[in-house]
Design a protein around this ligand. Sequence first.
Ligand code: IPE
Ligand code: IPE
Ligand code: MG
Length: 255
Amino acid sequence: MNKNNEKIELDALKSKIVELGRIPVHVAIIMDGNGRWAKKMGLPIKEGHAAGVRTVKKTVKIAREMKIKVLTLYTFSRQNWKRSAQEVAALMSILSSSAIREVEELYREGVGVRISGDLAGLPALQRKAMGMIVKRTADRKELILNLALNYGGRDEIIRATKTIAEEVAAGRLAPAEIDGETIEKNLYTAGLPDPDLLIRTSGEMRVSNFLLWQSAYSEFYVTETLWPDFDHAEFCKALLEFAGRDRRFGGRKAV
Ligand code: IPE
Ligand code: IPE
Ligand code: MG
């Protein structure tokens, strides 16, 4: 298909989604497949991650265009430290250089960056770069770009549990008062709505320790497409599928 036809088709897809009027407020993505993409292209792994960043840029653009309010991207998991020192170093370097390169454009576009994860566990350079981008874009609210970074769903719940236990031990909270809200306000994602749509690229059918609490009623969408190949049309296909889903939250509609 030539470029012009592709654009016509994409515009039609976008209009259809808007017409259906069921755009998710919060989209969360497990950006998987950079390694496989690099292998497929005969390139070193770090080139796969660099290509992944280019897809992040495109995804932020389409998310803004489609008026999505929160975009959470699984950027680096607590478990990803298990990879080779070389790969981890490449990922860290891409992270800080992208933050420094993109900060002003994100600011201009109204994108507020937020981090969900253990920032203190990052190397000093990355900690500083992420602190800088969060601070610079703090008052930007058109789209919240929430980066799950040095993030693990179980670790997040353990951390919340510890804070709550300390509150109880200090006599500021009674165990009987603990409810969903108590947990939520102690998660990294405090104040953000739960993801409506959770996308995973590269075909793997698992959650890999991502948003375990928050995804309780998220709609799952898995595509075989590798993250570096995930373009606007792919993103819109996921939105279209979401628009047609029947969300029940455990209830039953009148028959
Ligand atoms: C996802 O791509 C990026 C990160 C985990 C940081 P992968 O690097 O996991 O890609 P595959 O799974 O090896 O293809
Ligand atoms: C999940 O992908 C983590 C990120 C996308 C950052 P992984 O590639 O680490 O997940 P597994 O190892 O296939 O479960
Ligand atoms: Mg992977």
